[in-house]
Design a protein around this ligand. Structure first.
Ligand code: AMP
Length: 214
């Protein structure tokens, strides 16, 4: 199953992808995670991407398309994959179709997770992540037992620079202008299904699974 999760930052794409990879045994491919790892490791690609990410802007298409091209060729994608945070522009979607067609494959489903902007702002600005194990928390909705400390490994919790309110507002603008045209794009290809991203994680997962099992 070749799946795209589409939706603004904070819609829950990553959370839902993590549940789907367990159920379907296919990898999650998050360009955001790959770029953050490159920044942390100070690779040349990370160096190129950092200023765009810190500003809440999109990293140039050729960088992310290169990442995806390499990643989709790896053996663990042979039974399918979940794209989380890619594509984010029409040019990326066209490039993806080309890469997949070269592999004799295509997208099976695009799930758009819909959440309104006020809710997204509250979710994202309260998000905290463990520096050590990567586990996610939320200061109001899913707080750690001790503030600032990971329940799992006692690592330090931090806020992503791009989760601060001004950067998040910019990311929402970028989503509206550059990524939301993909809703029409995939609708026109009869691939798009939308789910409301409000409710418990399990409820949203159930809605997605019932679409996939269609
Ligand atoms: P995410 O974790 O998916 O919200 O991505 C964090 C940041 O990484 C975004 O705000 C962009 O700066 C960059 N990024 C991730 N995926 C893409 C993409 N497909 N195209 C361009 N930039 C991306």
């Amino acid at each position: 199953m070749n799946l795209i999760l589409l939706g603004p930052p904070g819609a829950g794409k990553g959370t839902q992808a993590k549940l789907l990879i367990k159920k379907y045994r296919i990898p999650q491919i998050s360009t955001g995670d790959i770029l953050r790892a490159a920044v942390k490791d100070m690779t040349p690609m990370g160096g190129k991407a950092k200023s765009f990410m810190d500003a809440g802007a999109l990293v140039p298409d050729e960088v992310v398309v290169g990442i995806i091209q390499e990643r989709l060729n790896l053996a663990d994608c042979s039974n399918g994959f979940i794209l989380d945070g890619f594509p984010r522009t029409v040019a990326q979607a066209d490039a993806l179709a080309k890469v997949l067609s070269g592999l004799g494959r295509s997208i099976d489903h695009v799930i758009s997770i819909v959440v309104d902007n006020e809710e997204l702002l509250e979710r994202v600005t309260g998000r905290r992540t463990c520096r050590n194990c990567g586990k996610g928390f939320h200061v109001s909705f899913d707080p750690p037992k001790s503030p600032g400390i990971c329940d799992e490994c006692a690592g330090e919790l931090y806020q992503r620079d791009d989760d601060r309110e001004d950067t998040m507002r910019k990311r929402l603008e970028v989503y509206e202008q550059q990524t939301s045209p993909l809703v029409e794009y995939y609708k026109n290809k009869s691939l798009l299904r939308s789910v409301q991203g409000i409710g418990s994680i399990e409820e949203i997962q159930q809605k997605i699974v019932s679409i996939l099992q269609g």
